[in-house]
Design a protein around this ligand. Structure first.
Ligand code: ZN
Length: 472
């Protein structure tokens, strides 16, 4: 499958652009044929040269989506009916993360590599249209439907890479270590047969993906969770993975998981990980929802990124991350769409803040002494954390970074007459229109006037894949 649009050298003259140091005027952005920004020059005099470049009113860096299971896009919106009332009457939690997971497993059991690719392409095109320019794919369907290994160890991972290439989105591929169904090395259940891997398997996939690495694609690894990988396996994988590559892990998403970890190890999940392993800035701790005060401090001090997925965490009834305490401790975070009930960074960041307001019954929680604007803080911090978790050169409009940026629809009533500093607030906290007009990813214009350049073809393949899945 060909790429949606090829990177080529180009330039954009932004009347207002959000740079690492804040909003600047008359910014001439230039990038090379490899898709890297070569020059970002604020206060550029308006000349014949700037008049020749494409013009934009408001420009933001593209957002990083640090947590995705692409195939789950096909399930979004399909699991919103309550289970049997009798289950509840019997005292069971009839509808929880765990019942949702059963449905997800049934779906994962029959999906083909071609369908994985078609679903991922649809998702990535949607993510681009809403302002994500990079994904971190936590990829765990790695075996055939019967649980046998594919002839090529990276067979399904390569399909994910193909989808990213087709859409133009940047990608960090994280093949998953998935060896157990619970603490104390419980054997996998039948429904998890396609996920089965050990450190050696994951490292073979990493090796097989080596040739795909480049400016738009990085490869790390991901122990699924402390439920699904023993500490010895996590350590083995972390030590064998090439230095500097990102390591992601689900942790403390569910209270039940915390309880089981306490029972099995005498420690809470985050404490257990930190006691047993050096956890540093190459780590992304996904969810980290249920934390003690000392665990908040340990994550913040480590430099690891907390990978927050507010819409999925809300959808699954996980709980609320202690954002205020984490920010006060200097913690780093990024956002992901995980199960893909949302494809918009606006919605993730909005709900990250709203969850905290509902919890604390106060307004404007995500601020620091230096940054009092909620939306600006959320956008900039999620960018920095997401960039770190991606292991790629992202997150800022500056020379050497990838040319990943968003041009907002300055003609929209929500942005009319906005001073630059008001733009993030109007973007995040007003209505549901998509204000992202054009998107440049790795130096290629992949979204124009709100439409992905291969949108029709991608949607057609996606619908065909879903029809086949429904009929299977
Ligand atoms: Zn996840």
């Amino acid at each position: 499958m060909s790429a949606a649009a090829d990177a080529r050298a180009g330039a954009l003259f932004a009347h207002h652009a959000l740079l690492p140091q804040g909003w600047r005027r008359d910014v001439l952005l230039e990038w090379n044929v490899h898709g890297d920004l070569t020059s970002v020059a604020p206060d550029t005099a308006r000349t014949a040269q700037t008049a020749q470049a494409a013009q934009a009113e408001y420009v933001l860096p593209g957002m990083v989506n640090l947590h995705s299971h692409a195939f789950q896009r096909a399930l979004a919106g399909l699991t919103e009916r309550a289970g049997s009332a009798s289950g509840k009457a019997a005292g069971k939690s009839a509808d929880s993360f765990w019942t949702w997971r059963e449905l997800m497993y049934r779906f994962a059991g029959r999906i083909t590599p071609a369908q994985i690719e078609a679903i991922a392409a649809q998702l990535y095109a949607e993510c681009l249209r809403h302002g994500y320019t990079a994904m971190c794919e936590f990829h765990y369907i790695q075996r055939d439907v019967d649980g046998a290994p594919y002839a090529r160890p990276a067979h399904t991972a390569e399909r994910i890479a193909a989808a990213a290439r087709q859409t133009g989105i940047g990608l960090t591929l994280l093949p998953v270590l998935y060896a157990h169904s619970g603490f104390n090395e419980q054997p996998l259940i039948e429904a998890q047969r396609r996920f089965r891997s050990d450190p050696e398997f994951v490292l073979r996939v990493v090796e097989a993906l080596e040739g795909l690495r480049g400016p738009q694609l990085e490869v790390g690894a991901a122990p699924h969770s402390l439920r699904a990988a023993s500490m010895a396996q996590v350590r083995e994988l972390a030590q064998a993975l090439p230095a500097g590559r990102p390591l992601h892990i689900h942790i403390a998403e569910q209270q039940l998981e915390v309880d089981q970890c306490l029972q099995a190890t005498g420690r809470r999940p985050v404490d257990y990980l930190f006691d047993e392993m050096p956890v540093d800035a190459r780590w992304c701790l996904v969810h980290a929802t249920h934390l003690s005060a000392s665990e908040v401090a340990r994550i913040a001090a480590s430099g690891a990124v907390a990978g927050l997925c507010p819409t999925t965490e809300a959808n699954l009834g996980d709980g609320l991350f202690p954002l205020e305490a984490f920010l006060q401790a200097g913690g780093r975070f990024g956002i992901g769409s995980d199960s893909h009930v949302s494809h918009s960074p606006v919605e993730e960041l909005r709900w990250l803040e709203y969850g905290q307001r509902l919890l604390h019954r106060r307004r404007n929680i995500a601020v620091t002494d230096r940054q009092r604007d909620v939306a600006t803080l959320l956008w900039q911090r999620a960018l920095q954390g997401g960039a770190q978790a991606s292991g790629r050169r992202l997150g800022a409009l500056q020379p050497g970074s990838r040319a990943d940026l968003l041009v907002l629809d300055a003609g929209h009533p929500n942005l009319d007459g906005a001073a630059p500093g008001e733009v993030p607030g109007r973007l995040l906290f007003c209505g549901n229109d998509n204000l992202v007009r054009d998107v440049l990813a790795g130096g290629a214009w992949v979204v124009r006037d709100g439409r992905h350049v291969a949108q029709e073809e991608i949607a057609r393949d996606y619908k065909m894949a879903l029809r086949a899945l429904r009929a299977a």
